[in-house]
Design a binder for this molecule. Structure first.
Ligand code: WQD
Length: 343
């Protein structure tokens, strides 16, 4: 049974990836510092898959800790690196913390992977690297625009660091996966996103409003140059996203398939939906009436971003399968489950 290391494996995308790895028969080692996750997520994963992941609670910013854990588990076949800080706004106030968390930790992990026999690495990147792209849908060839936040910059720099390493060391293989907007939850309703405090992202704000935790959803601007005036995004179900990681990692592990030892892929559905379309879809699939009002634009929002997924379809043979409606229904089921466990 091959062992895969998932850093940030108790986070939103990480935990769903651990479930899919278990489903495919892998042994999983999770590293997480619990800075933005809960230890109970291990039990949630176990209740879905019937398997217990290995777990090490360490701080990846401490190189000696990274070394120690990698030496203990030197049979790791591949590493999926999710662990990072991800709040755009917070990164504006705490740039050094973001660089330390997202860059120092990445370098330490890469140095440790280099000492393994199998040097296969998947990096969590983001569509944020494209900024306000000139053409839709966005292909991987679209230019990387100057980052608008330290967070975005750490994703761009992270990609460059990995690309440079792969150029220098041919036995190192890595993919950067550029996620569009991950949403949804596990279909069991037992695993999902755990936003701390007031959610910054649209879907958790919607589900919390429907659940009565927030009074009202603000739609940030309806005067954009889009058909209904609200911003357009590519919302992808987190389980579709999780599956893509495993397909990508298996391709890296299978050396006969890796003619390039570094590449980047967009992970999205290829569909763009406006904020108002998301609200309507949520209302119709859950039979909930959502209390919302149009407010002014949120600074820093781009008008539209949706993926051209041709490359991931052709090279990885992966395609997002679940609809926006299914993703919203799963988010809602998770919200209801959370209400039960939190009360
Ligand atoms: C979606 C749309 C808002 C909240 C985030 C990350 C980014 C990237 C992708 C990570 C926008 C609108 C939102 C609300 C609203 N991934 N909205 N009311 O901004 O696309 O980006 O995911 O690497 O870094 O920040 O996602 O969910 O915040 O917003 O009207 O209360 O919903 O204006 O149009 P975003 P989001």
């Amino acid at each position: 049974m091959d062992k895969i290391l998932v850093t940030g494996g108790l986070g939103f995308i990480g935990s769903h990836t651990v479930v899919e790895l278990h489903n495919k028969g892998y042994e999983v080692l999770i590293i997480d510092d619990l800075s933005n996750s809960e230890i109970e997520t291990i039990a949630r994963i176990q209740s879905i898959t019937g398997k217990q992941p290995l777990f090490e609670q360490i701080d990846l910013k401490v190189e000696s800790e990274v070394k120690r854990v990698f030496e203990k588990h030197n049979d790791i076949k591949g590493v999926i690196h999710f662990a990072a800080s991800k709040a755009v706004g917070e990164s504006m106030d705490k740039p050094l913390e973001y660089y330390e968390n997202n860059i120092n930790a990445l370098v330490y992990v890469l140095k440790a992977v280099r000492r393994l026999s199998f040097k296969n690495f998947i990096f969590s990147s983001s569509c944020t690297v494209y900024g306000e792209a000139d053409a839709m849908p966005i292909t991987e060839d679209a230019p990387v625009k100057p980052a608008e936040s330290p967070y975005g910059n750490t994703k761009q720099m992270g990609e460059e660091i990995i690309r440079d390493l792969c150029r220098a060391e041919r036995d190192f293989s890595a993919y950067s996966l550029r996620y569009f907007n991950p949403i949804g939850a596990h279909e069991s309703g037992k695993l999902g996103e755990l936003p701390i405090g007031i959610p910054a992202n649209l879907i958790p704000f919607i589900t919390q409003t429907a659940a009565g935790i927030r009074e009202e959803l603000s739609v940030f601007g309806d005067d954009y140059n889009t058909p209904d005036g609200t911003c357009i995004r590519d919302y992808i179900h987190v389980v579709d996203l999780a599956k893509a990681h495993i397909i990508a990692l298996e391709r890296l592990i299978d050396e006969t398939k890796t003619e390039k030892n570094y590449d980047v892929f967009n992970l999205g559905t290829g569909r763009g939906n406006s904020v108002l379309e998301v609200i309507k879809a949520f209302e119709s699939v859950t039979n909930q009436k959502l209390n919302y009002k149009i407010t002014k634009r949120r600074s820093g929002d781009i008008v539209q971003a949706y993926a051209d997924t041709t490359k991931a379809n052709a090279v990885l043979g992966w395609k997002a399968e679940m609809s926006l409606e299914t993703a919203l229904l799963h988010s809602w089921q998770w919200q209801q489950h959370l209400k039960v466990i939190k009360n």
